[in-house]
Design a protein around this ligand. Structure first.
Ligand SMILES: Cc1cc2nc3c(=O)[nH]c(=O)nc-3n(C[C@H](O)[C@H](O)[C@H](O)COP(=O)(O)OP(=O)(O)OC[C@H]3O[C@@H](n4cnc5c(N)ncnc54)[C@H](O)[C@@H]3O)c2cc1C
Length: 361
């Protein structure tokens, strides 16, 4: 039996690693030149520094994500911010305070935490989505932030890609799934085609916009939300990353890690049309205020992820499909399928591991 995993985002990688560990012959086909999908670290020539697609945090409550890191021997590529304490600044008044994980503390941080986890304004988010986040924040440990030591791709992607070796091939876009007799019969790529044997299985670990055209009749969540990040190249000052929540301005979170300061705005569709120069000029004074910096704006890069995650609204929740499809030998994975969690790394990893289990069942 060969399992073909299509898509090397975190969902596909976690599926492939689980299958490899189970001794299965696994092949991963990725369209982009590099693996990681929405969760990547790369060299930005404008800053001459490595940056993440956007700041990615894990929480102590993300058990499968932490177990995935353990599997790859990569937990030390993340830093556990302990004890859980989230400094905040209000940009209008300059007031600073720290949110600690007591029930009252969590409520005061409700909006920033809900926005970051759901990438949807809390007012339009589904109750189920809100409950799936806050219902898991039951201990101080569960509330701790985990931040990648150097880059999120260095922690979650590179160790998996190294483990997979030449079983992972990039630059291979799946163009068509040939279907017959209630099964996937063949996978067609630009340059070749793979005929599937009776025992072979397929895991489609693609974003919804890529999965829907390949599987006729598959209804997928159609609305997504953007995340905008501003990265500034600065002088490295502290060894430990500093994470600050912001209210009363544009940025919602600021992370100073090494020689990069990154500002994050979730549910950021209203900013998509704004020119990058204008955004950078708005973000920098906020970062300077958060970190007490007097210097002029350093080199910057604005990254707009248009479809960062699906919208966590009740209407989109209803459209999330289960992993099983009508095809006996093909299952879905991805942060957008019915995982019981918002579109997050934890959700992607759970979906990948569940897809791997289904192909082995
Ligand atoms: C800016 C930003 C910040 C975020 N912050 C956080 C955070 O702090 N915490 C958190 O938990 N989550 C965060 N997320 C969400 C997290 O990144 C995603 O949930 C996760 O990466 C999704 O993984 P995935 O494998 O499901 O999908 P993807 O990463 O989209 O992977 C799908 C892969 O399929 C490939 N592909 C597409 N079409 C084809 C084709 N036809 N053939 C072959 N391959 C194809 C793509 O190139 C891609 O590599 C953030 C996301 C963004 C964008």
């Amino acid at each position: 039996m060969t399992v073909h995993v299509v898509g090397a985002g975190i969902a596909g990688l976690s599926a492939a690693v689980a299958l490899l560990e189970a001794g299965v012959d696994v092949r991963v086909h990725e369209a982009a030149p590099v693996p990681g999908g929405r969760c990547r670290t790369y060299h930005d020539p404008q800053l001459d520094r490595r940056i993440d697609t956007g700041t990615h945090l894990l929480l102590g409550a993300n058990r499968r994500a932490l177990a995935y890191l353990d599997r790859l021997g990569a937990r030390d590529r993340m830093i556990e911010m302990a004890p859980a304490a989230y400094p905040f600044i209000d940009l209008e008044s300059g007031r600073r305070w720290t949110v600690r994980p007591t029930p009252g503390g969590l409520i005061s941080a409700f909006r920033p935490v809900a926005l970051a986890a759901l990438n949807t304004e809390p007012g339009e988010a589904s109750w189920r989505g809100l409950a799936s986040v806050f219902g898991r924040l039951t201990t101080e440990r569960a509330c701790r932030a985990w931040i990648a030591r150097t880059g999120i791709g260095d922690a979650l992607v590179e160790p998996a890609a190294a483990r997979l070796g030449d079983r992972l091939v990039c630059g291979r876009r799946l163009a068509r799934v040939e279907i017959g007799g209630g099964r996937a019969q063949a996978l067609t790529f630009a340059a070749d085609r793979i005929d599937l044997g009776n025992d072979d299985r397929v895991i489609l670990a693609l974003p919804p916009t890529a999965a829907a055209p390949l599987l006729p009749g598959l209804a997928v969540p159609s609305e997504s939300r953007a995340i905008v990040n501003a990265h500034f190249g600065v002088v490295a000052r502290a060894l430990t990353p500093r994470l600050i929540g912001l209210t009363g301005g544009l940025a919602q979170w600021a992370l100073w890690r090494g020689d990069v300061i990154s500002a994050t705005v979730s549910a950021a569709d209203r900013l998509l049309a704004d020119p990058p120069e204008a955004l950078a000029a708005r973000f920098w004074p906020e970062m300077a205020c958060a970190f007490d910096l007097a210097e002029p704006m350093p080199p910057w890069r604005i990254v707009k992820e248009r479809r960062a995650t699906i919208a966590a609204t009740p209407a989109m929740e209803r459209l999330r499909p289960p992993a099983r499809t009508s095809l006996a030998n093909l299952v879905l994975a991805g942060d957008w399928i019915r995982t019981g969690l918002p579109g997050t790394l934890e959700g992607a990893i759970r979906s990948g591991e569940a897809a791997a289990r289904l192909t082995l069942a």
